[in-house]
Design a protein around this ligand. Structure first.
Ligand code: PEP
Ligand code: MN
Length: 279
């Protein structure tokens, strides 16, 4: 049994809106126009309070687009000045942390390829130091709850209290319609072990294509997960990364509008849901 985590609720760092908190924005920041156009369009949607964009992209093979780097942080700052959205980017090392925080990024996330390395998680946690910056921890590529949990516990042990898990699905050998199999039992077990830990669903990396996203978002709400991170691009067909899974802001608006909210406050009634699923 893991010792309980003293974690602040999501509403301590993402303003509550009466619906699931939504983090929207492109897989990658590509140009100032793309960042600003996308941010303006998602800022008016209900529940969207945070704008995401990858600045440094972990690519499987060299030579692919690896992100625009620091310049993109300045575009994000403009997006926040215009829209008031909070900003989040992926960080994989202490240099990323320093640059992101020097540019006023509000929330950091650790990606699926970085979270597997305890040295990296330790260095990122240390680089943030005593600064009051929330950290979202994606699940590792492989379906390994202990590694995911270990990264969260490591940050907690270093004094971080604004932590959320992000469920982005798992690489799995069997053929599946998903890019990364959701294996919902893993985030459910994470919540059972640590009921105060917010878990945000990333349907974009779970699904890999736009058609599967609405059902996956609904499933996330039905399972009482705490929020959504959805890749959204002003012009997905021109995207430099993850082209097939990015929604347009109009598609996101439509799909959010069709979600059935069964409870007023996400996160409540999780134990009851678990009992229902068990039986
Ligand atoms: C991303 O969010 O664009 C990303 C690279 O995610 P992951 O680490 O989940 O693959
Ligand atoms: Mn992506």
């Amino acid at each position: 049994m893991s010792p309980p985590l003293d974690i602040h609720p999501l509403s301590a760092w993402i303003p509550a809106t009466g619906g699931p908190p939504v983090i929207a924005g492109p897989c990658s920041a590509e140009s100032e126009e793309q960042v600003l156009e996308t941010a303006r369009s998602v800022a008016s949607l209900p529940w969207v309070k945070v704008f995401r964009a990858g600045i440094w992209k972990p690519r499987t093979r060299p030579g692919a687009f690896e992100g625009v780097g620091t310049e993109g942080l300045r575009w994000l700052q403009k997006a926040r000045t215009e829209t008031g959205l909070l900003l989040t980017v992926e960080v994989a090392n202490p240099r990323h942390v320093e640059e992101a925080l020097a540019h006023g990024i509000d929330i950091l996330w650790i990606g699926a390829r970085t979270v597997v390395n305890p040295f990296s998680v330790q260095e990122i946690g240390e680089a943030i130091g005593g600064r009051d910056i929330p950290v979202m921890v994606k699940n590792p590529l492989n379906p390994d709850l202990k590694t995911w949990l270990g990264a969260i516990e490591r940050l907690h042990a270093m004094g971080h209290r604004k932590i959320a898990a992000v469920h982005r699905g798992f690489s799995f050998f069997n053929r599946s319609p998903y890019r990364n199999a959701p294996m919902w039992e893993i985030p459910i077990e994470l919540k059972r072990l640590h009921p105060t830990l917010p878990v945000i669903t990333d349907p974009s990396h779970i699904c890999g294509s736009c058609e599967l996203i609405p059902a996956t978002m609904q499933k996330s709400l039905d399972l009482e997960m705490d929020g959504l991170m959805v890749e959204t691009h002003c012009c997905p067909q021109k995207a430099l990364t993850d082209r097939n899974q990015q929604l347009t802001p109009a598609q996101l608006a439509e799909q959010l509008g069709r979600l059935v909210l069964r409870r007023e406050t996400p996160g409540e009634g999780f134990e009851q849901k678990l009992e229902e699923l068990r039986s």
